[in-house]
Design a protein around this ligand. Structure first.
Ligand code: GLN
Length: 259
């Protein structure tokens, strides 16, 4: 791990927020695009600011304490692994996750994880159930996988639109229920279904997106937004970091998506 980037004016220790408690769901099965990179970004950006970081995981058969964590992360997965996790997610973690989301914890699902946060993922005759935190349904339809560089415009707060850039690779097409807010609008790429121009879904602090593994390395502003949300503070309260390399990474991902 490289040395921390320089922090600019970290807050006095007395004003530091409490530690960020992160729980990775099925990190061994749902990590198809090295999703742990997203967790490392969260950890580093906390450490560089002197904010404590506690990472735990919850795997197959492990009950989830919804009160014990501020941010839950579930990454991408193969259809086969998603099947394994889906039943377990409902049996041992659904109640905890719903309770956590209801009290404002952040729940972030990426790709296969996003699909499992919805109601269902249908593959032919087979229907994989989801936890229903987001009002979305995913269907594996005929047609090519939706693969490529992607950029979306998101408006998370009232501070105007911003861009998330990344990569997508999914066979499932995701459809939003009436009233379900998308995460953003596709600027380039396929998004939820390749047609609607919508990408991801968001209900309060529960977010699903098809932007993959390096989502947070490529979009550190979003990592900070998640950290702040999970800690119940404003992103502006986080000490600024020297993000020269991170900004270049973001611009490079945008260029790849032609945005
Ligand atoms: N298995 C799912 C799909 O193909 C999700 C894939 C992924 O997480 N990359 O749609």
């Amino acid at each position: 791990m490289p040395e921390p980037a320089a922090t600019i004016g970290p807050p006095a220790s007395s004003t530091l927020p409490r530690p960020l408690r992160v729980c990775a769901l099925y990190p061994d099965l749902m990590n198809i695009y090295a999703d742990r990179g997203n967790l490392i970004v969260l950890e580093r950006r906390c450490a560089w600011r002197g904010i404590g970081f506690q990472l735990s995981s919850s795997g197959l058969g492990e009950r989830l304490d919804g009160d014990a964590h501020d941010l839950f992360y579930i990454g991408g997965g193969q259809d086969r692994d998603q099947r394994l996790c889906a039943r377990d997610l409902i049996d041992t973690k659904r109640d905890g996750l719903h309770a956590a989301a209801a009290r404002g914890a952040v729940v972030l699902g990426v790709c296969g994880g996003y699909q499992l946060l919805g109601h269902s993922y249908t593959l032919g005759e087979d229907q994989i159930p989801g936890v229903g935190l987001l009002d979305v349904r995913t269907v594996r339809e005929d047609g090519p996988r939706l693969i490529g560089n992607v950029a979306i415009e998101v408006s998370l707060d009232d501070d105007g639109p911003r861009v998330l850039a990344g990569f997508e690779n999914h066979g499932g097409r995701t459809y939003l229920g009436d009233g379900q807010r998308p995460l953003g609008r596709v600027l380039h790429g396929h998004g939820n279904d390749g047609r609607s121009g919508l990408e991801g879904a968001r209900s309060a602090n529960t977010i699903g997106t098809y932007l993959h593994g390096p989502l947070l390395p490529k979009n550190v502003w979003f990592a900070d937004w998640l950290i702040a949300r999970a800690l119940g503070i404003d992103a502006g309260e986080l000490a600024p970091l020297d993000d020269a390399i991170e900004r270049e990474t973001h611009l490079s991902a945008r260029r790849a998506a032609g945005v």
